[in-house]
Design a protein around this ligand. Structure first.
Ligand code: ADE
Length: 227
């Protein structure tokens, strides 16, 4: 998979894309991630990437030209499955969306900034608009990092134990069951007996029961209840 991220703040993406599972997946060649600084594409002599909005609203708007030129260059090099725009008014990101993005070959992610991007980019070039929730961040970089992180860990081979991506919360519309590690007792706080029993079938049943109980209690909406 190849992911191209277009941004005016490349520094904001540096550590999320160079740590942990995402770094390992890149090192293993499972994913190629390229970050493009839109300032490198502007034809403005002061390297400006934003301008005042027509109609006199407050705030600045990302200019068409650098975004258009960067996308055009990338599209001339290969075909893209999606051109994604990170924006608070997009569709809310969830696990099924992460699953389907992880199966694509090439995607572009455009990070919004300032008051947004010239709407013509969204009308003519963007194929998918994603929000990571109903709150406003200073730009699309952290949302893009969230999307990339959740997508990359689903690529086969990215996580050592592939089973563990399948047992994540939300993967089957259930929250994950509790997990514990050694010591079996700390401060008088004990790990549930069943997990120490070695009884595989019973442990599996316990995990399912716990997942159901936690989902019912914390996120009944996932079970189609309490809406
Ligand atoms: N840009 C600013 N806030 C955002 C959000 N919640 N989701 C996606 N992009 C954003």
């Amino acid at each position: 998979m190849r992911i191209d991220i277009l941004t005016v703040m490349p520094e904001m993406l540096e550590s999320p894309l160079n740590c942990s599972i995402v770094k390992r997946a890149r090192d293993k060649g499972l994913v190629e991630i390229h970050v493009h600084n839109l300032r490198d594409y502007t034809l403005d002599k002061h390297r400006k990437v934003d301008d005042y909005p027509f109609g006199g609203e407050a705030g600045m708007v990302m200019k068409i030209q650098p975004v258009y030129d960067c996308i055009a260059k990338l599209k001339a090099e290969r075909e893209y499955d999606e051109v994604i725009f990170m924006t608070p008014d997009g569709s809310t990101f969830d696990q099924p969306m992460a699953n389907s993005l992880s199966m694509l070959e090439n995607i572009i992610i455009l990070c919004g900034h300032y008051k947004g991007v010239d709407y013509r980019i969204r009308e003519h070039l963007v194929t998918k608009e994603i929000s990571i929730g109903d709150y406003v961040l200073t730009g699309g970089e952290l949302p893009a990092a969230c999307v990339v992180d959740s997508v990359v860990r689903l690529i086969p081979g990215a996580i050592g134990d592939e089973q563990s991506a399948l047992s994540d919360s939300f993967q089957d519309n259930l929250l994950a069951p509790p997990v514990y590690t050694r010591p079996a007792e700390y401060n008088g706080w004990k790990v549930p007996e069943i997990l120490l029993s070695g009884h595989e079938a019973k442990i599996l049943q316990w995990r399912l029961d716990q997942a159901l109980e936690r989902t019912k209690r914390l996120r009944p909406d996932l079970l189609g209840e309490g809406e």
